[in-house]
Design a protein. Structure first.
Length: 276
């Protein structure tokens, strides 16, 4: 049995925690003010009155450009699909409705796909929200922590019972299912000369696709997978033990073939023992 342990902060740790909390409050206040809210005096911002208003006006003038760059980097496929000008207009609207809660704009955009789904003027692109979800999955994957494959842990597959093992995937790995051909659309926007023939055919057939997102080096990769691999990977991401995952796998799932692919494509992080 294992338990999480951490050092208890003393006076210095308590001071640092209070300082971090005050800084977080200031950042939230500034971000809200940039979105149009009144500056909260409780945030402890040194500048107030006309001087603060002038400074905020300057920052606010640049906020939309910063937002456009941030979400343009996170959602490149969506931007390419609808065009830069329309994308930037949507981003400015989204900024006013759901401004970032942190100073790191690389973490902003979680609600953007669902917000796109809700926009009436985008109804002719019913697949746009799912394309944004795939962009976001790739963005998260590329920002995930680095991890090394633990080759020695494969020995546990021979020495331990399956119900005492977990197969842990690399940080940032995810799966996504859509009623639309999101992998095909994504691929069409990743080549210098766009070839939309496969996209048009898949859209006409209303071909849904399942994808697995992983990383090779620093770059996120989209893998089209079948239903069995999608379900299996989802179980692993949910943290089920190997025995349960095998018992829930579809009849056409081939564990040996999956393991070979996982090792070749860098999906697997390690085999972990539940016995500590």
């Amino acid at each position: 049995m294992s338990a999480t342990r951490a050092a208890r902060p003393g006076a210095e740790g308590a001071y640092e925690g209070g300082a971090l909390a005050r800084e977080a409050l200031r950042q939230r206040a500034l971000l809200a003010a940039l979105a149009g809210a009144r500056l909260d005096p409780a945030a402890g911002i040194a500048q107030t009155g006309a001087r603060a208003a002038n400074g905020l006006a300057t920052y606010r003038a640049n906020a939309s450009m910063v937002a456009e760059r941030a979400l343009g980097a996170a959602f490149p496929t969506v931007r390419a699909m609808i065009g830069g000008a329309d994308f930037d207009h949507l981003v400015r609207r989204h900024w006013r409705i759901d401004p970032p809660a942190r100073g790191d704009l690389g973490e902003w955009g979680e609600s953007f796909p669902a917000w796109l789904d809700s926009q009436p003027e985008l109804a002719e692109w019913p697949y746009l929200g799912d394309c944004a979800r795939l962009d976001l999955a790739l963005h998260r994957c590329e920002r995930a922590a680095d991890a090394e494959f633990d080759a020695a842990s494969l020995d546990l597959l021979q020495s331990s019972a399956p119900d005492r093992l977990q197969l842990q995937l690399m940080p940032g790995t995810s799966v996504l299912a859509s009623d639309w051909p999101i992998a095909t659309i994504h691929a069409a926007h990743r080549v210098p000369e766009l070839d939309f023939a496969p996209v048009r055919a898949a859209l006409a057939a209303r071909t849904g696709e399942r994808v697995l997102v992983s990383r090779s080096g620093w770059r996120g990769i989209v893998h089209s997978v079948d239903e069995a691999t999608y379900a299996w990977t989802g179980d692993l991401l949910d943290g089920v033990d190997l025995d349960t995952a095998l018992s829930q796998a579809r009849g056409d799932f081939d564990f040996t073939a999956w393991l070979a692919a996982a090792l070749r494509l860098g999906w697997l992080h390690r085999v972990a023992s539940l016995d500590g």
